[in-house]
Design a protein around this ligand. Structure first.
Ligand code: ZN
Length: 300
């Protein structure tokens, strides 16, 4: 069980008509909560970190991709269900290469400004390198719409062109393709309108499993018809962090932390431990998605 080749994980999902959730972690606690949710649901799962965030140049301390890769791999291999790891959305090609070397099961490079035609050659090279290390690559054609923050400015995206998508996959050899079919990054408090006709067309023309990013902003009822049209992986990020923030906010407004034993609040893992509470809330949030993806009890 435990860690699994990404390609096999996605193949199984397609054959079994469910989707694998990629739940993005940002810390050891979030990583563990995601895997624990998958174990509770007996579901395969993907988790990992965002390449763009880890390599964010405004960080005071440089994060080592290798360390995050090692932690993710270890957590995956200890799990009692199949877990594959992803270094998601690196906007610097060097970071994607470092992700391969760090042992993530899949890496992704994105440049939504660059036309797909121009992206082909650098992506093909990344795929060649990654495949030689038995690492999969996710590509993207088109650009997702994006919301700056809850209630904030919404930027429109660029829908995935099916012919271009087919050509991109064929020329690069990517193992999965993220598509823009109305899904929106960071969308909270509203739901995106998915273009199922476009998804259907993409499914007909593109040979690899399709990926929907922006899972937070997709109505849970829309996952099933998406899966029927070739979606084998859904990325979920924003709502996981929102869940933890709301849990912590609630905790600090309900408890007079100044009067509590700090070891009860952080580190002991009991009923008063704020990190444990966040983990519990995160587990419930992830479970809701796993069920909507049809992934429950699919950990063969
Ligand atoms: Zn994304």
């Amino acid at each position: 069980m435990s860690s699994i080749r990404c390609v096999d994980l996605l193949k199984r999902a397609r054959a079994g008509s469910y989707a694998v959730g990629y739940f993005e972690a940002w810390s050891l606690e979030s990583l563990l909560a995601i895997v624990r949710a998958a174990e509770i649901a007996r579901s395969p799962v993907m988790t990992g970190f965002c390449g763009e965030y880890l390599a964010n140049p405004t960080r005071r301390f440089k994060e080592e991709i290798g360390l995050y890769g090692a932690i993710a791999r270890k957590v995956a291999s200890n799990a009692s269900v199949p877990v594959a790891t992803l270094l998601n959305e690196s906007i610097d090609m060097n970071v994607a290469y470092r992700g391969v070397k760090a042992g993530f099961d899949m890496v992704m490079f994105v440049d939504e400004e660059m036309p797909a035609e121009k992206l082909i050659e650098p992506t093909r090279k990344l795929v060649e390198f990654a495949h030689a290390c038995d690492v999969a690559v996710e590509g993207e054609v088109g650009a997702l719409g994006m919301v700056e923050h809850l209630g904030g400015k919404r930027h429109s995206g660029r829908a995935t062109d099916p012919e271009m998508a087919a050509k991109f996959v064929q020329c690069t050899g990517v193992d999965a393709l993220a598509v823009s079919v109305g899904n929106v990054h960071f969308l909270e408090g509203a739901k995106a309108r998915l273009d199922f006709e476009l998804l259907e067309d993409l499914h007909r023309k593109v040979s690899v499993p399709l990926v929907l990013h922006g899972g937070t902003g997709i109505d849970k009822a829309e996952f099933e018809p998406s899966i029927a049209r070739g979606v084998a992986k859904v990325n979920v990020g924003s709502c996981l962090k929102r869940t933890v923030l709301e849990c912590e906010n609630g905790y600090f407004s309900m408890n007079e932390v100044g009067k509590l034993n700090p070891n009860d609040v952080l580190g002991r893992g009991g009923a008063l431990d704020v990190m444990m509470r966040s983990q519990e809330a995160l587990i419930e949030e992830v479970l809701g998605f796993i069920r909507a993806f049809g992934g429950e009890n699919k950990a063969a």
